[in-house]
Write a protein that binds this ligand. Sequence first.
Ligand code: 7PJ
Length: 285
Amino acid sequence: MKLAFPESALDLNSPVAMGIVNVTPDSFSDGGRFLAVERAVQHGVQMASDGAALIDVGGESTRPGAEPVEEVEELRRVVPVIRELAAVAGVPVSIDTSKPVVMEAAAEAGAVMINDVNALRTDGALQVAVETGLAVCLMHMQGQPRQMQANPTYSDVVEEVYSFLSDRIEACLAAGVDLARIVIDPGFGFGKTLEHNLTLMRRLERFRDLGRPLLVGVSRKSMIGTILGRDVDERLWGSVVLGILAVERGANILRVHDVAPTMDAMRVMQAVSVSEDRQVVRKNG
Ligand code: 7PJ
């Protein structure tokens, strides 16, 4: 499977990592450490050299309870980082935003993908996706970040997320977005209880039926904190295992904070599945 960008494509026949660069002073795990443009850029470059196939730049925290960020402030944070990373990182850059104005500016600065936790439902967002020709990641979220964890409710979480994503793919196609540019994401932690998240992971393979690359973000999330009783800076091993379980169930792109350990884990996993394939080839002559 391939994901189309405006002037290139990402080969997804093997799973890849998307490295997270947060340019947010209040982000729950990076806590403003990379606020300065130079440090954010360095962080992205390091992730690319650690093996990330994509770098995701975000300027608005979407953690539970987070307050929205003003447009000008978000632009101020992300545009210089995208411009520099697009020039020096050597890997495609995506913009994590729900704001059409930020999507447009990011595209102009060299981003090739829009990663929108709101799945292009904001007024004008679909139009920007069509006009810029960028790839898009459509994520499921119940509610909005400020209140989404208050009382998430589903009768069948897998089928409800599935039909939401299916509807958003249809909306994109109707607006004129190429199918080859679309990625889907069930949105772990976005309006979901621990049990909802675990059910989505157990039945992740269902989302393969949508026929599009599947992106999964579980890195350092509270579902891991809840299982382990660990703070955000102690969730690496839980994150790596959960990410590998997702890849085993069909995830193509893992959105992660810790690229190097994730790459090691994915390479070990790949060694096992590739040698299995070779055995089949040998057996069949
Ligand atoms: C996700 C995201 C995710 C996609 C965030 C965090 C919260 N984008 N942006 N999927 N999570 N596509 O990193 O913990 O799961 S922000």
